[in-house]
Structure formats: structure tokens, C-alpha cells
Ligand binder design. Structure first.
Ligand code: GDG
Length: 487
């Protein structure tokens, strides 16, 4: 797909999507590439389908005098949507992204308080960036336009916008998990953050547990009044007994919605049907002389548990030596937050763990784990989905996890070993659920997936595939926007 961005005059927009970054990055050699990330990957097809303006931040180039940049996105030379960038200096961007959102918000939202860091002054940058987004959107939005804010980088934005433009319809979707109040309450800015999100008419989460945790925090820290009802959900590590569909705050009702995001079915199916993806898969399988290929694909991030997964593979070979020489894990670790020391350490720890297992168990003709630390073109990733017998999705915690859904959507048969702490475990029936904190537990899950009788495996996979196809990205977008219209 050819992508181009051309400078254009700004025009009032009826639909605005705001996320901290845009979907495309300029390549040093010229041209544009897609950023690899669940949120941008999901919102770009949404914008292609709906049009409108995507507001994000961009880097202010040397000598650039305008505070914002407005462009039209051409895909295959056709105008699809607009991108409006709020320009930040390198220092502001670093404080906002690598600083506050990465070191303070990310670990709390995923329940890793021991990784939390506070650097003085960064909260002010976070607020300043949210304010700049609010002023930009207040100028761009047509009367009574809809604004759909994405994710935790912009939690203050809805509250700020409601003050500037009370006529707007405001929705927010959180792509991460949301922790219980005892963990969220660690943040010294908890009240302002929650109050900011409650500026919306509708707040969406992947699964009911996150909505419940959010409502409990709003009740505890803001005195908001959630309407609780019994959930009647089946017992599950991610199923709350009480759920909340709306709450009262500051004299207004705010609707809460649980709506698990789905995979970009049309784009994936086009690739699955392409001769290239099929040829890639069959070449790979004939070159890799193993009975079973396992696959994991993710951004390199401690929440995804890359080192824990390597330990689980080692436990598999120790507990079930019959798999030695017959099973290989291909682990794709897309670079993420490059330059942040904690993430660079994680990359080194992952390489070291893979090296130890490979040097202990590998042979001149077989490696237990192949680790690729780079981004593959999407058609190759789809080729890998087609080639892999089992997809390993074992994050320590994850908002949803699209890889599990993409794998299920691309194939007719296979197996998914899935962390019980990924939102996908709530959505996807048929996966082999495991506790990712326990290498032995994951190892047994992999063994189970590899030895499922064919009829049982097919039955499980059919259930998974049905959900992934029916509740795809288009379904998610339509369901969210319908709820927002009615809010
Ligand atoms: C957040 C939440 C939530 C992966 N490797 C390659 C590649 N990918 C693509 C996959 C998938 C996406 O990246 C990753 O999806 P995740 O769901 O793991 O997303 P996160 O980036 O963690 O983002 C997450 C998501 O938002 C959506 O709400 O599910 O819980 O953390 O689409 O296909 N794509 C390419 N090459 C790769 O090597 N091209």
C-alpha cells in the first residue's frame, strides 16, 4: 500500500480521533512506514473507513515556526483522512512519552507498582500536552462533532475539552488494563486523571473487570456514584462479580462500556489469500526441519513477559524431553520504547535468556528458540501465522492482545496458549489458558496444546475463529460509535 501525507488547509471536522501518536512514521530514506502498535494498527483501518481527522503529536523540526501541522493522508493516491499534529520539541516529547506515560502510568495500569518511577516536573509536561491537544481539537471540531480519545496518554483531554466545547460528543477508549483502586491510588494525580476521563459521555474498556476497577476508583477517590449490578459472568480470573454500566459524577451521567477490540479482518484476509503469504509459510516450514513450530509476536515490553516465556520453553524441554529437536519457538520481539534504559535492559535480558537455553539444549541442526528483534512486514507476519502450529500469547498482563485474535482469524486449525491475564482470555473461548508467571504451568499448557486430540483441537479452534471473525475491528468500531451516539 503506498502511503503519502500532503500539507493541506485545515477544515472543521465532524469526527476527530485523538491518540498520542499518529499511525505513520517518516523513514530516513524517504516515504512512510506504519508504526507497529496495537492502538495505531487498529485505529488506522477505523479512520480509513470513517474519514475525519486524527489528532496526534509530531516532532517540531528545526526552524519550524507553526505550533501545529495539518496534512491529508493519501493511501493508494486516494484521500482517506486528515492528520493534525500538535508539535512538541524533542525535550517535551521525551518528558511526555518516555517520561511520564512510560515510567509512571504504564506500570500502574498494568499492575506493576514496583516498576513505578516519579520524576519531578513530568506531570506538568503531561498536563501541558493534554492542554495543547484540547485547544487544537476545540478549534478543529465542527459544531456538535464527535471526538474519540484513545488511551492513557490523554486522560485529561476529555475533561479539558468539555470545558472548552460543551457541545461535543466525547468518547474515550482505554487500550490497556485498569488496576484495582489500591494500585491506581498510588498515583499522586489519581483524582485529576479520573476526573479528566469522566469528562466523557462514554468510557470504553476491553473487558468488564477493567470497567469495574475504574468505577471503584471513581467511587473511592472522587465520590462518584456507580450503578452496580450483579455480573452473572462465569467464574474466570478476569470476571468480576459486580459490574457497572454507568456512574454519576458532577451532576452528569457517564456511560461505561466493555467492548473487546477485534482484529482487522479485511486487511488480514486479503493477505491470507495472497500467494505470497502461502508461499512464505510453506517455504519456512520446509526449511525448518521441526515437527511443530511455535510462534510469539509482540512489542518488546515487560508486560508481555518475554523472559518468562523463554523460561517456560526451557521448562517444557526439561519436563518433556520428547520435544527436544522436534519443537522450535520463533519469537518476534518488535523494538519498543528504544532508548528507555528499562526497555534496553529487557532486550539484553531476553537475548541472554535465549542464548542460555540455546547453548544448553541446541544442536548444530536445531535451536529451541529463534529470537528476531525487529519488525516484520505484515505479509510475513501473516505468513508466520499460517506456518505456526501453536501461537504462544503469554503476557503477564495485557489489555486485550490482538495477536491471539489475528492468529485465530488467519487459520482454519491450530492452537493458542493464552495467558489468563490477557483480556483476550475473557473474549476467546477454546484457548489453552496458562498462568504466565509460572514457567512450569506454561510448559504444561504448551504440552497440552501440542498433544490435543485432533477433534478436540479443531473444536476449540472453531470456537476461537468464530469469535475472531464475528467480533472483528469493524464490529468494534460500529458498536462503540453507536453507543457513543446514544450516550
Ligand atoms: C495495546 C494494548 C491491546 C506484532 N509484531 C509485528 C506486528 N505486530 C502487530 C500485531 C498486532 C499488534 O502489533 C500488537 O497488538 P497487541 O494487542 O499486542 O498491542 P499493544 O501494542 O500491546 O497495544 C493491548 C491493543 O493496544 C489494542 O487495544 O490489545 O493489550 O497493550 O496487531 O499484528 N506487525 C508487523 N510486524 C511485526 O513484526 N507488521
Amino acid at each position: 500500500m503506498t502511503i503519502d501525507l500532503i500539507a493541506s488547509e485545515r477544515e472543521p471536522s465532524q469526527l476527530i480521533v485523538a491518540s498520542h501518536r499518529g499511525p505513520f512514521a517518516q523513514q530516513p530514506e524517504g516515504g512512510w512506514r506504519r508504526r507497529v502498535n496495537g492502538v495505531f494498527g487498529a485505529m488506522e483501518p477505523v479512520m480509513r473507513a470513517t474519514g475525519g481527522t486524527w489528532v496526534c503529536w509530531g516532532l517540531r523540526e528545526e526552524g519550524e515556526v507553526m505550533p501545529e501541522r495539518h496534512r491529508t493522508v493519501l493511501i493508494e493516491e486516494e484521500e482517506r483522512f486528515r492528520i493534525h499534529e500538535v508539535l512538541l520539541t524533542g525535550e517535551e516529547a521525551k518528558e511526555f512519552y518516555e517520561g511520564f506515560t512510560t515510567e509512571s502510568l504504564w506500570p500502574i495500569l498494568f499492575c506493576f507498582p514496583s516498576r513505578l518511577q516519579f520524576t519531578p516536573g513530568l506531570w506538568d509536561t503531561y498536563r501541558m500536552v493534554n492542554e495543547r491537544f484540547a485547544h487544537a481539537i476545540a478549534r478543529l471540531a465542527a459544531p456538535r462533532a464527535t471526538v474519540w480519545v484513545q488511551d492513557f496518554h490523554l486522560m485529561l483531554l476529555p475533561g479539558l475539552l468539555r470545558k472548552l466545547r460543551p457541545d461535543l460528543k466525547l468518547g474515550f477508549f482505554l487500550h490497556t488494563a485498569f488496576p484495582p483502586p489500591d494500585v491506581f491510588g498510588i498515583l499522586p494525580w489519581r483524582e485529576e486523571l479520573l476526573d479528566g476521563v469522566l469528562g466523557c459521555d462514554l468510557v470504553g474498556f476491553h473487558i468488564p473487570l477493567y470497567a469495574t476497577n475504574f468505577a471503584r476508583s471513581c467511587g473511592r477517590f472522587l465520590g462518584a456514584k456507580p450503578h452496580w449490578r450483579r455480573s452473572n459472568l462465569e467464574s474466570h480470573a478476569l470476571a468480576p462479580t459486580l459490574v457497572c454500566d454507568s456512574l454519576m459524577h458532577g451532576g452528569r451521567a457517564v456511560k461505561l462500556l466493555s467492548l473487546g477490540i477485534g482484529a482487522a479482518r479485511e486487511d488480514l484476509e486479503r493477505l491470507v489469500d495472497s500467494p505470497e503469504a502461502k508461499a512464505y509459510a510453506s517455504d519456512l516450514r520446509s526449511q525448518m526441519a521441526v515437527d511443530h513450530l511455535l510462534l510469539s509476536a509482540e512489542r518488546l515490553d515487560y508486560v508481555k513477559g518475554p523472559v518468562e516465556r523463554v523460561k517456560a520453553m526451557e521448562a517444557l524441554f526439561d519436563r518433556h524431553p520428547e520435544w527436544i529437536g522436534r519443537v522450535t519457538l520463533l519469537q518476534i520481539a518488535v523494538p519498543s520504547r528504544e532508548g528507555v534504559p528499562e526497555f534496553e535492559r529487557l532486550r539484553d535480558q531476553t537475548h541472554q535468556a535465549v542464548g542460555e537455553v540455546n547453548s544448553r539444549l541446541g544442536t548444530p541442526t536445531w535451536l529451541p528458540i529463534i529470537n528476531l528483534g525487529r519488525t516484520l512486514p505484515l505479509k510475513e507476519l501473516v505468513g508466520l501465522y499460517l506456518a505456526a502450529d501453536v501461537c504462544l500469547v503469554t503476557p503477564l498482563r495485557d489489555g486485550m492482545n490482538l495477536v491471539a485474535k489475528e492468529y485465530a482469524l488467519c487459520r482454519e486449525d491450530g492452537a493458542v496458549v493464552l495467558s489468563e491475564f490477557a483480556g483476550a482470555a475473557f473474549d476467546l473461548p477454546g484457548a489453552v489458558l496458562v498462568n504466565p508467571f509460572s514457567p512450569e504451568h506454561v510448559a504444561e499448557g504448551i504440552h497440552t496444546a501440542l498433544t490435543l486430540p485432533a477433534s478436540e483441537r479443531k473444536k476449540r479452534f472453531r470456537a476461537m475463529r468464530r469469535v475472531s471473525r464475528n467480533r472483528d475491528l469493524g464490529w468494534w468500531r460500529k458498536a462503540f460509535t453507536k453507543e457513543l451516539e446514544e450516550a
